[in-house]
Design a protein around this ligand. Structure first.
Ligand code: PLP
Length: 416
């Protein structure tokens, strides 16, 4: 379409009040969809060679020792916790062991911990990076602490040098919920690879998407095989345990040798094929999103109406974020306007979300399970009071769109 035609179309949409800025636009390329269609037409829809192909590619490109695909990021978290609690593991987590977790997390970063009888211990966040506050974390380590679940919020990360050192010194298992940060690097290492387990999500609007889908990565062969067995009913098929049990239990059909507890968390080959094709464009997506982000912020700050109404999160020497959204904090002085402002953005068709869950401790489910908390969570509360994010698209934003977003954001001044 020519530029004039695009401008005309955008003006018509604007006049008819149909212009929208969604979290993500044109999520799938023709090729992505064709890869999925090919799998459907082959008749082999359930997990098979496409999944294996994607897992191998993911492990190689992400520089992870092992990668196992599952049907969602939530399943990746669940499987990681299940494996860490599994008695087949040499060192495994037991009931009432304490796991440190940030107050800003996703529900399924937390619930597997509770479901496995472990004790979540909540830690406030660092307002500079939305992630675990290391000082608060250190103050909450006790004799019962056995693990840390860190949650890399919206492409950002806590100080992984310090976190890794703490885990080494205290011999803690590290889980990295990287569902919002595929492709982010800390010290040039992909997030998800610091921990014993790392999880990723390919849900719609994340860094790459196959609609639904997820991946677990881990460091050692033992964990990989436990994860594999738990993913599929707890049977031995395709695991390194198979031959041992086959010889020991000759009277059982070797295809149905159940050696462990288990779930069915397998992905479809259809989603694996789509995700695999998207994954080829991850670096391209990262670069375009970064440019779109910088353009929005630069245009905003150059505007006559700019008066430090918002704060943004910056990359630094250590962290190179892979954004899928633009997290924004409303300046403390005017954050009382947040509710009305979000209504205004919704009315202006700029899709937005809270920063993950806000302070998760304020959610009703915490009370339902009577989860205990120690200390204050000032920063997590501040993020709930002031924060939101908008999407970053994987195609270059037009000037028109950037100006539209910027003008609507700056209209916060008009809200009383
Ligand atoms: C931090 C975090 N962890 C886990 C998940 C769950 O991922 P999924 O939606 O693929 O189950 C999400 C979902 O957005 C998330 O933001």
């Amino acid at each position: 379409m020519s530029t004039i035609k695009i401008l005309k179309k955008q003006n018509i949409l604007l006049m008819s009040n149909k212009f929208t800025y969604p979290l993500l636009e044109n999520a799938f390329s023709k090729k992505d969809l064709n890869e999925g269609i090919k799998v459907i037409k082959s008749g082999q829809i359930t997990m098979s060679s496409e999944t294996l192909k994607f897992e191998k590619k993911f492990a190689k490109k992400n520089k992870s020792n092992f990668a196992l695909m599952v049907n969602s990021g939530s399943s990746a978290n669940l499987l990681s916790i299940a494996a860490a609690c599994n008695p087949m593991r040499k060192k495994y987590l037991k009931k009432n062991d304490e796991v440190l977790i940030p107050a800003i997390c996703w529900s399924t970063s937390l619930w597997p911990i509770v479901q496995y009888g472990l004790k979540p211990v909540f830690v406030d966040i660092d307002i500079n990076n939305l992630n675990l506050n290391i000082e608060d974390l250190v103050s909450k380590i006790t004799k019962k602490t056995r693990a840390i679940m860190c949650v890399h919020i919206l492409g950002l990360s806590t100080n992984m040098d310090k976190l890794r050192k703490i885990c080494e010194q205290k011999k803690l298992i590290l889980f990295e919920d990287t569902c919002e940060s595929l492709g982010s690097k800390y010290n040039n290492v992909n997030l998800g690879n610091y921990g014993d387990f790392g999880s990723y999500s390919f849900y719609y609007s994340h860094q790459i998407t196959s609609g639904e889908g997820g991946m677990v990565v881990c460091k050692n062969l033992e964990d990989y095989n436990i994860l594999k067995s738990l993913r599929s009913h707890g049977w031995s098929r395709d695991t390194k345990f198979h031959n041992f049990y086959k010889k020991k239990f000759k009277n059982i059909d070797e295809k149905f040798l159940f050696i462990n507890s288990g779930y069915n968390l397998r992905p479809l080959d259809v989603t694996a094929a789509i995700a695999n094709n998207q994954y080829k464009r991850l670096n391209q997506f990262i670069n375009i999103r970064k440019k779109n982000r910088n353009l929005i912020i630069k245009t905003l700050k150059k505007n006559k109406r700019w008066n430090d109404q918002f704060l943004f999160f910056e990359s630094n020497k250590k962290i190179k974020p892979s954004w899928f959204g633009l997290p924004i904090l409303i300046n403390k002085k005017i954050n009382f306007k947040r509710k009305k402002f979000i209504e205004y953005l919704n009315k202006s068709k700029i899709e937005n979300r809270p920063i993950v869950s806000g302070n998760f401790l304020n959610q009703p489910a915490i009370k339902l399970y009577k989860l205990k908390t120690k200390g204050t969570f000032k920063n997590a509360d501040l993020v709930q009071k002031s924060g939101f994010f908008i999407g970053l698209h994987t195609t270059k934003l037009s000037k028109f769109k950037v100006n539209y977003i910027v003008e609507k954001l700056l209209d916060i001044d008009q809200i009383k």
